[in-house]
Design a binder for this molecule. Structure first.
Ligand SMILES: O=P(O)(O)OC[C@H]1O[C@H](O)[C@H](O)[C@@H](O)[C@@H]1O
Length: 290
């Protein structure tokens, strides 16, 4: 923890002080290069804005900040399962997004970027019967660099599916397009995972919830100030916007559905990771505006 104190660019606050909604401890990073807000719960990035640019992430203006509940927006990390668990009594999108993480170190790199390392240790329980450890490194500069290391600490092999569930801030959902998935086959979560094939760029006219397995490593979100995504070790891309009708049933989205698009990177469904006892795998994601 000594390193944490050594970085003057990082300060601790809470959601009451920052958003007028008490409930969650937060870290704020402010440097000449960028400003970011991270919740200790889930090591969830809530805001990121490079100096001179539009905000990269969308945080719902009507988000709740309650311990044990996922915050709507930013980058929740879904792990060790993505989506709805076959056992419906278990929460959607795993458990690490609603658990407190430890900020293991914080420091400023020679070029002025801030490096944060968060860790989460899971002891086998009724929700997930394998011990595992996550090390999540963020480098905050003009771009956002994320790196996840996941180690299976169980005595047996275990399956992990996961995703960085990024909510990108955009001008309007009906005029945005995602490039880089053209020609790709997907599973359509609005039609019971029926197979589809994307002709042309991806647009969002109504509810879109698609899983692209074996997806390319780069996408571009086309809007006034284009966003690029570049990943390593992430074979799955999930694209989501609830559209008007479904959004109306989500109290922390409502009419704000137009303000974001989710382009999520990880390894889910057929791309899930099977980790042998003691095995570690890692993945990276680089996000930024052009
Ligand atoms: O409301 P949440 O649990 O955060 O999930 C939000 C969304 O996440 C992903 O994009 C899934 O593909 C969607 O099916 C889901 O609705």
């Amino acid at each position: 923890m000594t390193e944490v104190a050594s970085s003057s660019a990082v300060r601790k606050t809470d959601s009451g002080a920052l958003y007028g909604k008490p409930g969650l401890p937060l870290y704020v990073v402010e440097t000449p290069l960028c400003r970011a807000v991270i919740a200790q719960q889930g090591a969830q990035l809530l805001e990121f804005q490079a100096e001179g640019e539009e905000p990269l992430l969308w945080l719902s203006p009507v988000a709740g900040f309650a311990p044990g509940k996922a915050v709507r927006g930013g980058i929740p990390l879904c792990l060790p399962w993505f989506g709805i668990h076959p056992d419906k009594s278990k929460p959607k999108h795993g458990l690490v997004r609603t658990r407190p993480w430890a900020l293991e170190s914080a420091g400023t790199l020679p070029d002025g970027e801030v490096e944060l390392v968060f860790t989460y240790h899971h002891a086998a329980d009724a929700l997930f019967k394998s011990d595992f450890h996550c090390r999540y490194r963020m480098v905050l500069g003009k771009t956002l660099q994320l790196e996840l290391e996941l180690q299976n600490l169980g005595a047996a092999a275990a399956m992990y599916s996961w995703a960085w569930h990024t909510y990108f801030a955009i001008g309007d959902i009906e005029s945005v397009a995602v490039m880089g998935l053209e020609g790709g086959e997907y599973l359509d979560n609005t039609r019971g995972f029926a197979k589809g094939k994307l002709e042309g760029v991806l647009t969002f006219l109504g509810e879109v919830d698609r899983v692209f397995e074996g997806a390319p490593a780069r996408q571009q979100i086309q809007e006034a100030s284009p966003i690029t995504t570049s990943s390593e070790g992430c074979d799955t891309v999930i694209t989501w916007n609830p559209g008007k009708e479904l959004a109306a049933t989500l109290p922390d989205v409502g009419a704000h559905y137009r303000e974001f698009v989710c382009v999520e990177h990880g390894n889910a469904l057929a791309d899930s990771w099977e980790l042998a006892p003691g095995e570690t795998r890692s993945a990276r994601l680089l996000l930024g505006r052009e």
